[in-house]
Design a protein around this ligand. Structure first.
Ligand code: FE2
Length: 136
């Protein structure tokens, strides 16, 4: 999924997220044309290039089950906050939040027979928002 479209979808009902990304009042993510160093991927890790291996979510699909793991250490000062799953077309599927005491793994149920793109995010409290796309 194109990052700009994903961000627009993710922010469309999330004033808190818009605040977190400091999008000015009256603007929206579709107007932001440079997401480097805002949204991170394995291909575009921006200024966190050395940290991609710890933050890009690992995703496996088995039948209708989507398993997500972020290979990131968890401590009170530095941890994975959440995983979010969005299906093709920007359809929100599920979100799992974590405390620092949790393991950053989550399981999500895909709709029966789902075929298409899936975007998974892994959010670190210090290193922001990492995306992984796949197609099933
Ligand atoms: Fe981190």
């Amino acid at each position: 999924m194109e990052r700009r479209r994903f961000v627009r979808t993710a922010l469309s009902g999330a004033a808190a997220a818009a605040t977190a990304f400091a999008i000015p009042a009256g603007a929206n993510a579709a107007e932001a044309d440079n997401l480097t160093n805002i949204v991170f991927t394995e291909e575009d890790p921006g200024h966190f290039a050395k940290l991609a291996g710890l933050h890009v979510p690992k995703v496996e699909v088995s039948g209708n089950t989507l398993n997500v793991t972020t290979p990131h250490p968890m401590s009170e000062a530095h941890y994975i906050v959440s995983h979010t799953v969005v299906l093709e077309g920007g359809k929100f599927l599920d979100r799992k939040t974590f405390s620092w005491k949790d393991k950053p793994t989550s399981t999500h149920q895909l709709p029966d027979g789902f075929k298409g793109k899936i975007t998974v995010t892994s959010t670190c409290n210090l290193h922001d928002w990492w995306l992984k796309d796949l197609t099933v």
